[in-house]
Design a protein. Structure first.
Length: 283
């Protein structure tokens, strides 16, 4: 999607990830968000005053969210708490929220917006959807322009450097990674990092350090979330893999929404830095 479409294609239908058509909101808007990155997006679109509920994992922007009631976690939503907040709109995600809970919430929340961005470019449509539904098209267009600029920088560094195959760890005991169709993997691909393993059967595969494909890995990334890898794990993973291990900010690699542009710039800088020093361990 072109940035200009965010601003000028107001007649295009507003359709979410399940194909549901949404209309621009009329009257008072009360939003409950069950997705941390989209809670941040709601605030960055200037809708903080309409946000009446969020999960305990919704932590950005910290100062703004201190006064917003919590409704449980992304997987264990407290339905009675949501009901009491009387939201007009509920924001959810295919991967992060349980389908059964969303279906029950839909029985009393008038508008449920389902999202499922799988690559950085999907944020353009996400901005347009939220901008149209919540009547904040100008703010959405500014985010789209920023994302377009960040994508151009990412693609430039990917073109300038040879591609690398990497292993991105999200958990320890058991060791777990990500599939190639995840948002994290496609975001890393934007700067020239191709993730391993190639395992279409599992979205978050367990890692066997004796597997033959480990030899193809150039670098192992240790994410800060959901497992909080730290300096103490770098040597352990380097010994297990026989490859350099690098700490990486998981929010910058996995949060879509308004953080997408900052995440791409972070990864672009990291790609350049590691290429320059040949090793590097960046927190």
């Amino acid at each position: 999607m072109k940035v200009s479409e965010i601003q000028h294609d107001s007649a295009a239908p507003l359709i979410d990830a399940l194909g549901v058509h949404h209309r621009p909101a009329d009257g008072a808007v009360r939003i409950v968000s069950l997705v941390p990155s989209l809670t941040e997006l709601v605030c960055d679109l200037g809708l903080a005053e309409q946000l009446v509920g969020r999960t305990g994992f919704c932590i950005h922007p910290r100062a703004t969210l201190k006064s917003i009631p919590k409704v449980g976690g992304t997987k264990d939503v407290k339905l009675d708490v949501v009901r009491a907040l009387a939201p007009t709109h509920l924001i959810v995600n295919v991967d992060e929220n349980r389908r059964e809970a969303v279906e029950e919430l839909a029985s009393f929340v008038p508008n449920v917006i389902v999202t499922h961005p799988c690559r950085p470019e999907d944020n353009f449509e996400l901005y347009r959807l939220f901008g149209g539904v919540f009547r904040c098209e100008d703010a959405a267009a500014r985010l789209a322009a920023d994302l377009a600029d960040a994508l151009a920088g990412a693609h430039a560094v990917a073109a300038a450097l040879p591609p690398e195959r990497v292993l991105y760890l999200i958990w320890r005991a058991p060791w777990m990674s990500i599939a190639r169709d995840t948002y994290i993997s496609t975001t890393l691909r934007a700067v020239g990092w191709e993730t391993l393993p190639e395992d279409p059967a599992r979205r978050y595969p367990e890692i066997d350090w004796r597997a033959s494909w480990i030899a193809e890995v150039a670098r192992v990334f240790l994410s800060s979330e959901p497992y909080r890898f730290g300096e103490q794990h770098i040597d352990e993973v380097a010994q297990l893999s026989g490859r350099p291990a690098t700490l990486i900010d998981g929010e910058m690699a996995s949060w879509y929404g308004s953080r997408a542009a900052a995440g791409l710039r972070y990864l672009t800088a990291l790609r350049r830095s590691l290429a320059e020093d040949g090793m590097g361990c960046v927190a």
